[in-house]
Ligand binder design. Structure first.
Ligand SMILES: CC(C)(COP(=O)(O)OP(=O)(O)OC[C@H]1O[C@@H](n2cnc3c(N)ncnc32)[C@H](O)[C@@H]1OP(=O)(O)O)[C@@H](O)C(=O)NCCC(=O)NCCS
Length: 429
């Protein structure tokens, strides 16, 4: 017999169906509750609300599990690369050789941005944050490719292969161009012979008079960072993408909104905040012990620790922490920030404040250190996260756009403001 939940309000009982996911997650379907009872469910911050059904990513935060389309993150980190994983996330299956070739060719075809777009960069002040430029220019792609941005789901899905490849490929080019602009350097065009990560490093660091050839360790590390960020279920930016997509907005507009949501320090901006925190600890000559005390008393926040969903080790943090050490060793880099991070992690994992609140390192705790080693400047860290997250945003846009009974996302609220009152003329206020 199908399970159902019974909600008793006063004398009355209301029945709500229970829905169960493929991993046994249960939810009470309250969609008809307001119509039946006049009550809505209240869950500020959506901590206990399922906003959609999705078959892209599965997370079990209690057990520290993350799977893209059923594949464990550590297996993909070990055996796949960013482009193959992006295909998996966007299309649902690992690609055949031909499918991967076709996908890579489309990415190469879309790597450059329209020449007119170069003028946009000149309009921004040199100190502009690259996240602002990135979201602005990704949205502007809809002006250059109106045939991909019809704002009608059926029409936009007809060009999905092209628009998805354009977003995934151009996000990297625009990101590199925004960095070059901020440094007053000439733009470097993408090359056909380089893979996704190498091409990004080339567009960032090649000079007209000197080719930049990254070491295999560096391009592998960058590939891994992007892969580990490729999707993460219904986080703040992905939910934003879905929210915008639900109004039938096109893919460029929806993912541009995702970039804005990612910018904040409680989301994608945390990787920058971690490095700032480690640098200030280092500058004060602390090994992290004083900082831990301040974090416990609420004076400071241990950035890169804690997660809304993971109440166990973030599996991405484990992988990135290990690779961080390997990469730094291979490159012969002795980064004092890594020692402080290790000390903070050890101290926190032994401290009852963090243990009792189930606060563990998240993906951002070590990703900044590894990005420093790759040579990525700090104000580009969140941009790297945005490039990495593009496959997840695209897959979630597609889910919303293809939903047969898709409705606009429109939560309710509990109003706590003034009751009706009369307008007060200016001289009586
Ligand atoms: C990620 C984060 C926003 C999750 O927030 P949340 O699910 O709303 O968790 P809460 O704010 O309810 O935290 C629960 C408790 O742990 C404490 N806490 C959470 N994260 C903490 C941190 N990083 N340092 C110190 N204390 C922390 C809170 O103060 C709260 O304590 P209390 O119960 O005594 O009030 C939060 O852990 C955080 O700010 N982390 C640092 C930023 C970060 O790394 N973000 C990247 C996420 S991938």
């Amino acid at each position: 017999m199908a399970k159902e939940a019974r909600i008793i309000i006063g004398e009355k009982e209301y029945k709500c169906p229970v829905i169960t996911g493929t991993e046994g997650e249960n939810a009470i379907d309250t969609r008809s509750l307001r119509a039946d009872s006049g009550y809505i469910t209240f869950d500020e911050g959506y901590g206990n609300t399922g906003s959609c059904q999705s078959d892209v990513t599965f997370i079990d935060g209690e057990k520290g599990i993350l799977r893209y389309r059923g594949y464990p993150i550590d297996e993909l980190a070990e055996r796949s690369n960013f482009v193959e994983t992006a295909y998996l996330i966007i299309y649902g299956e690992l690609p055949t050789r031909e499918q991967l070739q076709g996908f890579s060719s489309r990415l190469t075809h879309h790597a450059a941005v329209p020449v007119n777009m170069e003028h946009f960069f000149e309009g921004y002040p040199a100190h502009s944050h690259p996240m602002a430029i990135l979201s602005g220019l990704i949205n502007s792609l809809s002006c250059f490719y109106p045939e991909f941005a019809v704002n009608n789901h059926k029409a936009d899905l007809e060009n999905f292969d092209e628009v998805a490849s354009a977003a995934l490929s151009k996000v990297r080019t625009i990101a590199a161009m925004s960095y070059r602009m901020s440094q007053g350097l000439p733009y470097i065009y993408p090359r056909k012979d380089l893979n996704y990560a190498e091409n990004f490093l080339h567009m960032m660091f090649t000079e007209p008079y000197a080719k930049h050839v990254p070491s295999p360790e560096i391009s592998k590390a960058l590939n891994l960072i992007l892969l580990l960020h490729a999707d993460h279920e219904q986080n703040c930016s992905t939910s934003t993408v879905r929210m915008v997509a639900s109004s039938e907005a096109n893919l460029f507009a929806s993912v541009a909104a995702g970039i804005c949501a990612l910018w904040g320090p409680l989301h994608g901006g945390a990787n920058m905040a971690v490095i700032r925190m480690l640098e200030s600890i280092h500058a004060e000559g602390d090994d992290g012990s004083t900082f831990i005390k301040d974090a416990k008393s609420g004076k400071k926040r241990l950035m890169g620790f804690g997660h809304r969903v993971y109440k166990n080790y973030d599996p991405r943090a484990k992988i990135i922490g290990r690779v961080c050490e390997e990469v730094l060793e291979k490159l012969g880099i002795d980064d004092p920030l890594l020692n402080i991070a290790r000390h903070l992690e050890k101290a926190a994992l032994e401290d009852d404040y963090f243990v009792s609140r189930k606060l563990y390192p998240n993906v951002d705790f070590y990703s900044g250190i590894i990005m420093r080693a790759v040579g990525i400047p700090m104000n580009m860290f969140t941009v790297m996260f945005a490039i990495g997250r593009m496959p997840g945003w695209i897959a979630n846009w597609k889910e919303v756009a293809s939903h047969p009974q898709g409705r606009i996302y429109r939560p309710r609220q509990i109003y706590i403001g003034e009751n009706q009152r009369e307008y007060v003329p200016m001289d009586k206020r």
